[in-house]
Design a protein around this ligand. Structure first.
Ligand code: GDP
Length: 419
């Protein structure tokens, strides 16, 4: 660290560390660069045409229909080469934006997409074995917000969407298809848009003015926002030069003519002057904010409640202890609950057993009573049978005596007759 106690000493000869900037440039060039643009705007506002015009090529892709059920983000990555510099360019476009009757949730897929790219980067950063130098960084560096050339004011969909995005991405608002609006209307429209953005607290990207070499041009350009652009890949012969233009029955508009539109300004600012600042802002401002919120959400802090520094290790240990404590508490609760349950079940079973015993006793008694009753009945029946038998023998005896007496009388009568 350069402290106050540092002394400046002269060098007696050439040492060579003045080549450090060249070393950096060489290294960066050999690694190549990456730049990711998000185009937000209604279908048919000229997003794909403008991208083709900006990069002087024809990117693939079919025109979107207006019948999408919701907003989708379509991402395409291309490898571009200009002299010895390689650029991995990703263009993300909102498909179906503004095409639904209910546009309330149109911003959500865009926010989710931007967050997902931050999350992927964060996950890579948090890995034990991270390979950030070969990692394909998909975080959005610039969001071109296409405003319809109505000449009136911003649509509420635009204001809501920009407000939701402004803390996550560098927003560069542009007036699309600006050949559809007259010069005087355009001036008024720009003022109106700017004032609406300010009154709704929407933060748009400002070209940086802290670097002396670009402060002047960036300052001037900030005053021209939002840029009014025209897109066309059609080349027309104007004078004796081929130029990108759009031809109408009454004349032509030249895309790269600053008197006709701000296309050149946009290209200058986006690609030629501030590409590195856009990349840097994405990392140091927007990603940093996402990372901070995410880590805080996970319970990490830089300071303890007494604002003393609190390391990651300490947070981890505190969290771990908290977790283990909770686990123990849960375990104890479960154990108690188990014991309680067993007790309850035991009591229930005892009660059932008692009931069964009672029932058994009752039945036994009933059975005994019944048995006794039957025995009594049997006894009385036996008695009856015995009495009957006695009477029967008596009756038989009587009968036999009776017949004997009758027989001797007949004999007597027979004897008398013979005489
Ligand atoms: P996207 O759906 O937003 O990608 O829009 P496209 O790029 O497919 O453009 C839709 C239509 O608008 C095409 O017919 C383009 O030729 C036309 N277009 C694109 N840019 C401009 C422009 O700056 N001015 C005018 N008048 N038409 C344009």
């Amino acid at each position: 660290l350069l402290g106050e106690g540092c002394r400046t000493v002269p060098l007696a000869g050439h040492v060579g560390f003045d080549s450090l900037p060249d070393q950096l440039v060489n290294k960066s060039v050999s690694q190549g660069f990456c730049f990711n643009i998000l185009c937000v705007g209604e279908t048919g506002l000229g997003k794909s045409t403008l991208m083709d015009t900006l990069f002087n090529t024809k990117f693939e892709g079919e025109p979107a229909t207006h019948t999408q059920p919701g907003v989708q983000l379509q991402s395409n990555t291309y490898d571009l080469q200009e002299s010895n510099v390689g650029l991995k360019l990703t263009i993300v476009s909102t498909v179906g934006f503004g095409d639904q009757i209910n546009k309330e949730d149109s911003y959500k897929p865009i926010v989710e997409f931007i967050d997902a790219q931050f999350e992927a980067y964060l996950q890579e950063e948090l890995k034990i074995r991270r390979v950030l130098h070969t990692y394909h960084d998909s975080r959005i560096h610039a969001c071109l917000y296409f405003i319809a050339p109505t000449g009136h004011s911003l649509k509420s969909l635009d204001l809501v969407t920009m407000k939701k995005l402004d803390s996550k991405v560098n927003i560069i608002p542009i007036i699309a298809k600006s050949d559809a609006i007259s010069k005087s209307e355009l001036t008024k429209f720009k003022i109106k848009i700017t004032s609406e953005l300010v009154s709704n607290g929407v933060q748009i990207y400002q070209f940086p003015t802290d670097d002396e070499s670009v402060a002047e041009i960036n300052g001037t350009m900030n005053a021209h926002l939002p840029f009014a652009v025209i897109g066309s890949t059609e080349e027309l012969k104007i004078g004796n030069k081929m130029m990108k233009a759009r031809q109408y029955p009454w004349g032509t508009v030249q895309v790269e003519n600053e008197a006709h539109c701000d296309f050149v300004k946009l290209r200058e600012m986006l690609i030629r002057v501030n590409m590195e600042d856009l990349r840097e802002q994405t990392h140091t401002r927007h990603y940093e904010l996402y990372r901070r919120c995410k880590l805080e959400e996970m319970g990490f802090k830089d300071t303890d409640p007494d604002s003393k520094p609190f390391s990651l290790q300490e947070t981890y240990e505190a969290k771990r202890n908290e977790f283990l404590g909770e686990l123990q508490k849960k375990e104890e609760e479960m154990r108690q609950m188990f014991v309680q349950r067993v007790k309850e079940k035991e009591a229930e079973l005892k009660e059932a057993e008692k009931e069964l015993h009672e029932k058994f006793d009752r039945l036994k008694k009933l059975h005994q009573d019944e048995k006794k009753k039957l025995e009594d009945k049997k006894k009385s029946l036996d008695d009856e049978v015995n009495a009957f038998k006695q009477r029967k023998t008596a009756a038989e005896l009587l009968q036999s005596q009776g017949s004997q007496a009758g027989g001797s009388q007949t004999l007597k009568r027979d004897k008398e007759k013979k005489k």
